[in-house]
Design a protein around this ligand. Structure first.
Ligand SMILES: *[C@@H]1O[C@H](CO)[C@@H](O)[C@H](O)[C@H]1NC(C)=O
Ligand SMILES: *[C@@H]1O[C@H](CO)[C@@H](O)[C@H](O)[C@H]1NC(C)=O
Ligand SMILES: *[C@@H]1O[C@H](CO)[C@@H](O)[C@H](O)[C@H]1NC(C)=O
Ligand SMILES: *[C@@H]1O[C@H](CO)[C@@H](O)[C@H](O)[C@H]1NC(C)=O
Ligand SMILES: *[C@@H]1O[C@H](CO)[C@@H](O)[C@H](O)[C@H]1NC(C)=O
Length: 308
């Protein structure tokens, strides 16, 4: 009797332990899947089976896409070789500065500095592509970002026409105008409203997604890459990772999003969060890179540091 009872007791004891282990495993599983939801690569990506209509970026250009902010200059840049220096921390330690400086045209983005980073990013700037949201940051450091350049540098501003367009008499436009009047060697252009729409159309053709309906912003990288293809016969891109780079490898090192902000956000986290964002407008950094990878086969584009 007593033996039997203790046998039953042992059984229910075992049941409790099994149940506890089962619950723990479920919790662990839930935790993992939850966690991986945050970090796995959920591509916004190119629509599957989307018939790609390639655009010849060498031809679509046209000179009227860029409007001089001051005076009546026209954008006539043409180069054989260009270095497109990204703002990614992957450029750090590349020691590519001298090679970059030897290139005919050096292209930079937004307020990416050279001062203090010359060994890795070089010290010349021929063309800077600046987002409306970065205008203040560029203007705040004129000595470094506007003067410390080639003898006749060009700045191209992109943004919504109601902010930087010629008809927009807002603060931002007046600021850009003052800058281009003050620095006579500097040629400032803004992307014309019609051309801005063409950039949206290009995104639609290349990804099968409507930019606005899919709550996406184009990145400065997108504008810069297209402009570089328009004006350069061959392009070396410094510091851009391939589209699949942020598929999580356990233990992969954190890399700052910008080389000049070592304590800033992590690059992959920024890419992945933007890529999977559905509410609000997001940059589709990874999708854009998928398109760049395609363009690299069509045009003369090579990626270094990392090489791909
Ligand atoms: C552009 O400016 C130059 C002088 O800087 C002038 O000779 C020329 O007529 C102007 N062109 C137009 C289209 O306004
Ligand atoms: C920066 O520019 C100077 C010329 O002004 C050049 O001699 C030097 O090599 C450049 N530095 C780097 C690191 O590229
Ligand atoms: C402006 O350009 C002239 C010649 O084109 C050059 O001599 C001068 O140094 C330049 N000034 C600046 C601030 O770059
Ligand atoms: C690609 O670039 C190289 C030099 O970097 C040049 O010789 C070649 O003509 C370019 N090809 C095309 C199709 O532009
Ligand atoms: C998206 O990218 C921008 C940088 O362009 C960054 O400031 C922002 O925090 C990112 N958004 C998310 C949700 O990570």
């Amino acid at each position: 009797m007593g033996l039997r009872l203790s046998g039953k007791g042992q059984q229910s004891h075992r049941m409790v332990i099994f149940l506890a282990i089962f619950i723990l495993m479920m919790l662990f599983f839930l935790y993992c899947s939850n966690n991986s939801n945050n970090v796995t690569y959920i591509p916004f990506h190119v629509v599957i089976n989307h018939p790609l209509k390639t655009t010849d970026l060498k031809k679509w250009a046209g000179k009227d896409g860029y409007v001089a902010v001051y005076g009546n200059k026209s954008m006539t840049l043409r180069y054989h070789t260009c270095a497109l220096v990204t703002s990614s921390s992957h450029v750090l330690g590349s020691r590519a500065g001298e090679e970059i400086d030897r290139t005919e045209c050096v292209i930079r983005m937004n307020d990416a500095p050279t001062l203090g980073y010359e060994a890795d990013v070089g010290n010349r700037t021929s063309l800077r592509v600046v987002a409306h949201s970065s205008v203040f940051r560029v203007v705040r450091r004129p000595n470094e970002l506007l003067q410390h350049t080639d003898s006749n540098p060009v700045i191209i501003f992109w943004g919504p026409p109601n902010k930087i367009g010629k008809d927009a008499k807002g603060t931002l436009y007046r600021l850009i105008q003052r800058v281009s009047m003050a620095y006579s060697n500097l040629s400032c252009f803004s992307i014309a409203p019609g051309k801005m729409r063409k950039f949206d159309g290009l995104f639609r053709r290349e990804t099968g997604r409507d930019r606005q309906k899919s709550h996406s912003w184009l990145s400065t990288g997108w504008f810069t890459m297209v402009i570089a293809i328009e004006i350069c016969d061959s392009i070396k891109v410094y510091g851009m990772v391939p589209p699949n780079h942020c598929v999580r490898k356990p233990g992969s090192k954190k890399m700052p999003y910008h080389y000049y902000k070592p304590r800033g956000p992590d690059e992959c986290l920024t890419y992945l969060q933007n890529e999977s964002g559905r509410k609000g407008n997001h940059h589709r950094f990874i999708t854009e890179k998928q398109v760049f990878a395609r363009w690299a086969k069509q045009y003369n584009i090579t990626f270094i540091h990392p090489k791909w």
